[in-house]
Design a protein around this ligand. Sequence first.
Ligand SMILES: Cc1cc2nc3c(=O)[nH]c(=O)nc-3n(C[C@H](O)[C@H](O)[C@H](O)COP(=O)(O)OP(=O)(O)OC[C@H]3O[C@@H](n4cnc5c(N)ncnc54)[C@H](O)[C@@H]3O)c2cc1C
Length: 460
Amino acid sequence: MNLIWLRNDLRLHDHPGFAMAQQQQQPVAVVYILPQHWLQADQFGLDRLAKAKARFLRACLIDLHRNLYLQNIPLQILHGDPVELLQRWHKKQPYNLLTHSVQAPEESQWLTELDATGIEVTTYENQTLFSQQQMQPLLQQWPASFSQFRRQIEKRLQPEVATPQPPVPLTQPGQEAPYITHVPWPADFSSAREPSGFHLRGGESSAENWLTHYLWQSRAIAHYKTTRNQLCGREYSSQLSAFLAWGCLSVRKVWHAIKDYEKTHGADEHSYWLGFELLWREYFHWSLRVHGHRYFRYQGLSDQPLSPPPLNNRHWQAWQQAATGVPMIDAGLIELKQTGFCSNRMRQWLASFFINDLKLDWRLGARFFEQHLIDFDVASNWGNWAYLAGMGHDPRGQPGQGRYFALNKQLRQYDPELQHIHQWLPQLKSHSLEHILTHQSGEHCLPEYSAPIHCSHTVA
Ligand SMILES: Cc1cc2nc3c(=O)[nH]c(=O)nc-3n(C[C@H](O)[C@H](O)[C@H](O)COP(=O)(O)OP(=O)(O)OC[C@H]3O[C@@H](n4cnc5c(N)ncnc54)[C@H](O)[C@@H]3O)c2cc1C
């Protein structure tokens, strides 16, 4: 029997695991395991599955369950320690394990432990545009910056992105798990009436509809490069990230859909730029495989040992409560906590503020994002945080010299009408841009809003 252990590949299309299982014509079981430790808070009070993220994941699983059920294959959803559960299952009913290749060291550890107990593990590529073989020339000498990577991909190697495959019809008998574990989704999150905030529902069906809508119906891709830095709205950017992160959409499918769009409507700077961003994602994915544990150290990719700053608990608590006294930051944090999503521009502001103004360890910020983001993707999240902290690729000068975003300047440029601040902090609706700017700089604080928690001079 084949057991397909799904992780970040919650779909049926372009799925090498299902294709392999079908070819082998053996009974197949399909399992998703919610790791127990995702629900356990660490020493900083962070777990890995805040409410909005849990809701999105659950919707992905419900959709997949429905689609597999139509093919008479039950999807087992278990909760616990993946290695322990898979070993127990194997003892009762031996199987060959099919699962996608590892991204983070934690997953690598799981597969090593399973392998050590004699379970035959076969892995397949699932998350990237290019295969290991296509990347081989670059993996031998990994480009130190994204620009070098992109130039090599676009000009020198020009690898073809493989054509995505349609779902295979599964004709072999489906197998039930020998036991069922209860999944303790976070409390009160399943209440149907509670708005999820983010407008898209998890799952392959929703992902495919959205991709069609974005490219062909609204054709919002036609203004992508102009609007991608906005903060609010439904179509300012593609909002494909959560579908890509959970694997509801194959990134190859998105790539080819953009190419199809270009064949019909013509290639332009907007369609190019969407592909360009997918290459950023690709860069981080392979970079994580190249650098492994180094990705998660305070000093990041640098060889120079650096010590993290001591924890400023007052700053950390204010951040967690979205009460830093800086309205544009608090608005972003409220949005992130309620919806599990915020724009790329907002993520950059939040990370810059966390690192440069609150002077907190960037890894704590990355973990906070990991807890909340519905599109959490280990390579993109940790890669972007390290990049902004100056500990990843492309440090500016010395390691630790990251990117700094001057918040008041950014606010003038990207939210002069205060649309985003007013959406998330309606109590500030009567205030003008000038009021918010002088409050944020500490020059003249608003009486009804707490003063900025950090040194005022850095905001201006
Ligand atoms: C501190 C920080 C943390 C981040 N954490 C994540 C994360 O956990 N998961 C995640 O998918 N993205 C992350 N990003 C990247 C980016 O913010 C999101 O991919 C993007 O905002 C998602 O919205 P979208 O799908 O509309 O993006 P679009 O602008 O429409 O981009 C299209 C796709 O390209 C990819 N992409 C775009 N920008 C980046 C980038 N900077 N790095 C890597 N891939 C990119 C995503 O897959 C995205 O869906 C992070 C950025 C920062 C600054």
